[in-house]
Design a protein around this ligand. Structure first.
Ligand SMILES: [Zn+2]
Length: 238
């Protein structure tokens, strides 16, 4: 099922949108960056899948290339909160490690479409396709960097600013985008108290950046939301 909560979506044809050359138009930027030889070799093994919000991706043997979906890696600490350490969307790809700490989770934060490929097959192709290997290595390095930045962000930036950044990264910048998420869930992904999230969400609402109903947040003004986001969002876009 398509992510009806996100408004009109393109029909998912199951064909890589190679021609679009833009993740904003429904493709995957990492796939778009591959050279023709690498893409042609990988293409037969790409399986289109529809991911649902809250779905746990437990298949460590798979690599995911999100299109409209957003996948989060989060950690559950023994004494409490769940914290998202990074989100992967149409800009990248994610492979779950073969053996993960039991406190690590890979969860679909935004419903949508993705491609899936067997990690073993991807490894085979990497050995014979230098461009594919370089591209995937660069993505792994980017994610390590993102996780480190998240640690710094949590320590240094306000909850309201982190919330604005997280919402923009999860929803994109299209006005009117609706994300079904409760403030309790938002508190979890941000590693914050629910009361603090309520205060931050209220501030963003008063500024006209978001609106929320029970269990749903709508991005009403992406520019205002960006103005309230932390520097991490602008750096990630650069
Ligand atoms: Zn930040």
């Amino acid at each position: 099922m398509l992510s009806a909560d996100l408004g009109p979506a393109e029909a998912f044809t199951g064909l890589p949108r190679r021609a679009s050359r833009s993740s904003e138009e429904g493709g995957n930027a990492l796939l778009d960056r591959l050279d023709g030889e690498s893409f042609a070799a990988l293409y037969p093994d790409l399986t289109p899948v529809t991911l649902t919000r809250g779905q746990r991706l437990t298949q460590s043997e798979m690599t995911w290339f999100p299109l409209s979906a957003r996948i989060a890696v989060s950690w559950t600490l023994t004494d409490g909160p769940v914290i998202d350490t990074f989100l992967v969307g149409s800009e990248g790809a994610f492979s779950a490690p073969a053996s993960t700490d039991a406190s690590a989770r890979v969860t679909v934060r935004r419903a949508g479409e993705a491609y899936r490929v067997c990690s073993r097959r991807l490894a085979e192709l990497r050995r014979i396709l230098p461009d594919l290997a370089v591209t995937m290595d660069a993505e792994a390095a980017r994610q390590l960097y993102e996780a480190q930045r998240t640690a710094a962000c949590i320590a240094a930036h306000t909850l309201e600013a982190r919330m604005a950044t997280w919402l923009l990264r999860c929803c994109g910048e299209r006005p009117g985008t609706m994300l079904p998420i409760t403030q309790e869930e938002l508190a979890e992904v941000l590693g914050a108290q629910r009361t603090s999230v309520n205060v931050g969400a209220q501030a963003l609402k008063i500024q006209g950046a978001i609106a929320y109903l029970r269990g749903r947040i709508r991005i009403t003004d992406p520019e205002r939301l960006e103005a309230r986001s932390c520097a991490c969002y602008r750096t990630q876009r650069a």
